[in-house]
Each structure stands twice: as C-alpha cells, then as structure tokens.
Design a protein around this ligand. Structure first.
Ligand code: ZN
Length: 448
C-alpha cells in the first residue's frame, strides 16, 4: 500500500513532488517523479504557448510537466503532455534554448511520431513483453478512462527504446521546430545553441551520454541541416522580455527549492528582476526555517506584484508549512481569487481549509482541483481524507482507488474501486468513475 510517493526531504519544505509509478515487466518498480508547482508550470506555459499555437496544437490542452531528474532530457508519450527534466531546465542557458526543446517535442507530436509508436506498440506488446508500462501509456494516450491515468518506468531498457526517435524523425522534428519558432516570433537559433551544447556527446559511451542524446540522436547532418534553416531565417529576432522574465523566474524558483539555501542567498543578488530575487530569498529563508525572513521577502515581492497569484500561493505554502492554517487559508484564497482555474492553487487552498477544519469548503476546493487535473496524487489523498471525515466512505474509497490507478498499482486500485461501488448510488457519476477504475484493473489482470 501507499505507493503515493511525493518526496519531502526531511525538514526541508519542498515543491510538490508526486510520482507516476510503473511496474516494469521484470517486476521491478521504476519511478518517475513529477515536480508540481503552479508558478513554474505557469512560466512554462508562457514560454510554450506561442509555439504550441504555431504548431497548430490546442495550446490550452497541452501540458508541460517537470520531471524531478537532474539529467538532461525531454520527451513526449502522448498528445497532451511534454515532459521536461528539471536538469534540462537548469542546464539550458536562455529562454530560446528551452523554447527550441519545446518546439522540437511539439513537432514529435504533430508529425505523428507518437501515433506511429502507438501503432507499433499494439503488435510489439506481447512479443517484446513490455507489459504493463507501455500498455498503460497506450491507455493514457487513448484518453479513455479518466481513472486509469498514466504510469511510466522511464529507466528501463524497454522504455528507452520506446522513447527513442529515429534519425529521420529527428531531422523532420528539427525542421518543423524551426518553422514553429519562426512563426511564433522566437529566434530559431535556440535550436543550434541546443545542438552545440551536445556537440561531441555522440563520441561518448551510452552510459555517459545524456538521455536526451540517446533518445534524440544527433548527427553531423542534423546539425548542418538545422544551421541551414536558421541561416535561411535571416536576421536575428530580438528576445521577448516577457519570455526572459518567466525563464528567469521558473529557473530561479526551481534552483531555490533544489539547491542549498546558502547557494541561493549568495546568488540571488545577481538576479536583475527584483521580485524574482525576493521570491528566491523567501524560499531559501523558508528552507532554513526562518519564517519571519521568508514572510518578509514574499510580502516584499507581493508589494511589487500585488496581483500575482503565484506569490500568494508561495506565501500560503510558507504559512502552511509553519502550521499557520488560517493565515495560509487567507493567502490561498487571495491566490484563487487571482487564478480561479489553477488546479494546483485550488489544491493548496483545499489542503489549508482541511487543516483549518473547514471541511465543506475543503471538499469544494479539492473537487474543483480534481476536476481540472486528475493527476495530482496529493489532491486525491486529501480528498479521501476529507470524505472519510465527512462520513462518505464510498467517495473516500473512490479517491484512493484513483490515486492507486494513477500510481500504476492497479490491483490495489481494483480492490478500492469495488469497495467504492458498494457504497455509491448505482449509475451516478462517481459510481461510473469507480467502474472505469475497476475495468482498467481487470484489463490489467487479464494481460498479465
Ligand atoms: Zn527528438
């Protein structure tokens, strides 16, 4: 039980880490830990939006999610999500480089490279014995069962080969990426910068290469081709100040939560945007358990950007982790007023309301959050807790069933779904969701 792994290193307040888990064919569990943060995800959306639109994708439906992994990698497994490793975000040097990665991954979606892979999967599944992991990705990509979620084992050989693109795919993705960037008014030189960062890696052994290099093979021809498109674009396009701001902010927040607070406090003064500097210092002081300084810094950042929902969200988190439930609730309420559709912020409000003993309000916020993002394991756990307190065992069991399904523990999910079905009114929407989890669990059992 309890494979809902969201890491919170001892005594260190952390960004929200939650895990998408898969059980690989050999039976060994491999974790992919997602790092969920409303501010960082918003920044990525700011950077990605014009590119996704240029690619003809529905920019509000494609999510950019951060995987907590220090290696350099980015990948897509379905049509709705681009995964970026936190290591990639830390290592790229400019907004345009990060945007080149996003454009390249978007091109893998639009050029049908995912569809081809899914087609191969149907025939390859039994022969290759990839089993659960890839089957569930296929289910997630099909978008059928909301309850089934996705589960990945990104470290396995089977997964690696699934994620690898052919040289022809790489060349076509680069070509498309260069066009998307240009149409979006972003300098496509980021693509060449990206390739240059990898120059020489093809000479390294597989073990020392970055995973991005293994899954997106780089050849001299590919580099030359990209340089040619970029040269054909003509004059350099000046950087967009809004993109530069969000790039600095999302990297600043990521490093403030992942590097030593002393490092952040030493480096923050170099930050040219004053509010970002204050936010980073707030995180560093908070991680050093200095709540007075942390709150003073985040309040100063809010004085500069009084309508910023994500700074209120961070203030809520700091107060929450200092067990000041009602002050935390007030901060999250302000965040929600400014960003009423943000699932992560709604989840934060729900958590604070639950801690403050406001059960009805908590259920309302958490349900709103779940309706917008069913992949947040923390929200599902809080929902189960809230429903149990409310005396609704069917709804509590359903939330837990969905959380297990999300983590790839389909046997446990099935047991909880059966329990939920015993309590829920037959034919009601929650009953239907429990049915979806149960049928995903039964399908999984038949396959094995
Ligand atoms: Zn690629």
């Amino acid at each position: 039980m309890g494979f809902d792994r969201f890491f919170r290193p001892a005594s260190i307040p952390a960004l929200v880490f939650c895990a998408l888990l898969g059980t690989v064919a050999a039976g060994r569990a491999a974790a992919l830990t997602l790092l969920r943060d409303a501010d960082i995800e918003h920044g990525l959306t700011e950077l990605a939006f014009p590119i996704l639109r240029a690619a003809g994708l529905n920019a509000s439906r494609v999510r950019i999610l951060v995987v907590h992994d220090s290696s350099f990698n980015a990948f897509v497994v379905d049509h709705r999500t681009i995964f970026l490793h936190s290591g990639l975000i830390q290592k790229v040097e400019s907004a345009r480089m990060l945007q080149a990665v996003i454009a390249h991954e978007a091109a893998h979606i639009t050029n049908g490279h995912i569809a081809r892979r899914m087609g191969n999967l149907q025939s390859a599944r039994s022969a290759a014995g990839l089993g659960t992991v890839l089957g569930m990705i296929a289910a997630a990509a099909g978008g059928g069962q909301a309850g089934a979620g996705i589960a990945l084992g990104a470290q396995t050989a089977a997964m690696r080969s699934f994620l690898s693109h052919t040289r022809a795919e790489e060349a076509s993705a680069d070509r498309a990426a260069a066009s998307y960037l240009t149409w979006a008014g972003i300098d496509p030189r980021g693509l060449v910068d990206l390739h240059q960062a990898f120059a020489g890696q093809e000479l390294l052994s597989l073990a020392t290469q970055d995973p991005y290099m293994r899954s997106h093979p780089l050849t001299r021809d590919r580099i030359r081709a990209a340089e040619a498109y970029v040269a054909a674009q003509g004059e350099a396009i000046p950087p967009d100040p809004n993109h530069d701001y969000w790039f600095a902010r999302l990297r600043g927040k990521l490093s403030a939560f992942t590097r030593a607070p002393s490092w952040t406090l030493r480096r923050a003064p170099e930050e040219e945007h004053r509010d970002i500097r204050l936010m980073r210092e707030a995180v560093a002081h908070h991680r050093q358990n200095d709540s007075a300084r942390a709150l003073a810094r985040i309040d100063a950042a809010l004085a500069l950007r009084p309508d910023d929902p994500f700074y209120f969200d961070l203030k809520g988190q700091i107060l929450m982790e200092n067990r000041r439930w009602s002050a935390a609730t007030a901060a999250y309420e302000q965040a929600v007023a400014l960003a009423p559709r943000d699932a992560l912020i709604l989840g934060g409000l729900g958590r604070a309301q639950l801690a403050a003993g406001r059960l009805k309000d908590a259920l309302d916020s958490l349900e709103k959050s779940r309706a917008r993002d069913f992949r947040d394991a923390r929200v599902l756990r809080d929902l189960a807790l809230a429903y149990a307190r409310q005396g609704e065992p069917g709804m509590a069991a359903l939330a837990t069933a969905e959380r297990y399904a999300l983590a790839g523990q389909l046997d446990d999910a099935g047991i909880l779904a059966r329990r939920a079905l015993r309590h829920l009114p037959r034919g009601s929407p929650p009953w239907q969701r429990a049915q979806d989890v149960l049928s995903a669990s039964e399908k999984h059992r038949k396959r094995n």
